[in-house]
Design a protein around this ligand. Sequence first.
Ligand code: CP
Length: 305
Amino acid sequence: MDHNFISVSDFTKEDILSLLHDAAFFEAHPNSRLLEGKVVATLFFEPSTRTRLSFETASNRLGARVIGFSDPASSSTSKGETLKDTIKMVSNYADVIVMRHYLEGAARYASEVTDVPIINAGDGANQHPSQTLLDLYSIWKTQGTLDNLDITMVGDLKYGRTVHSLVQAMSFFSPRFHFIAPQLLRMPNGYRDFCRRHSLPFDEQEEFTEKAINETDILYMTRIQRERFSDPREYEQVKNVYCLKNAMLEGSKPNLRVLHPLPRVNEIAYDVDDNPKAYYFQQAQNGVYARQAIICRMLDIPVGR
Ligand code: CP
């Protein structure tokens, strides 16, 4: 792994497993002061609650200082400064840059204009690799393994960068994928081809049934993302297409866990929240440990495990 964290396609299985072990260390020792004297920049050109705040919590707990912005309107981007110049400037101030941007490829581009490590916190509909690490950590913790699991992904599989990253990362662990999406939001060709090339079995359906829920180990719900649609009429067609209700989990496997990168809108009813199989809030908490592991890895700081 180089010193940038841009795309899951850059990682080996060993990279992933070793980061998961580091995340487990940070779960046990969240306040290890491994980043004293370091500055972490968080540049968010798109809205965020979990990713930005968990990166900042991860940094603060490790003793780093955090600079940055959560709204590009408050930065000189609003005066016309280019991404290249912004990255070059912030590189003068920070030891590592965490960046979310609405353009696919923006994080890769940023990594090409600076020697300071870039961590991709989401680039358009492309990738969200730090989310993937916390998703893997959540799956590993709850299932006791990453191997040979049935993973069912539901909702916006077209624009959902979290599911794209997760498909690639899980490819090391012999999963069986089940993709449930309306035709308009099918898993893109590129990722279906990826599954074929890696001999990963997958099926696709439009209907969200209890049978599908009962046969899976992980139910990965996603939000229909209004902000990714160029035609609002298309959003209107699919916006409430699926809603998981507590009663639908009655026949599910004991080990089933419901994951969701969040935020949710209405794809998981509130009556699911108290079901012990609902894991999405703990999943978000795992983000702090996973991001502590990522920042330390990017800065070549050994984790004492
Ligand atoms: N999961 C996720 O990326 O959430 P935020 O958009 O709140 O960061």
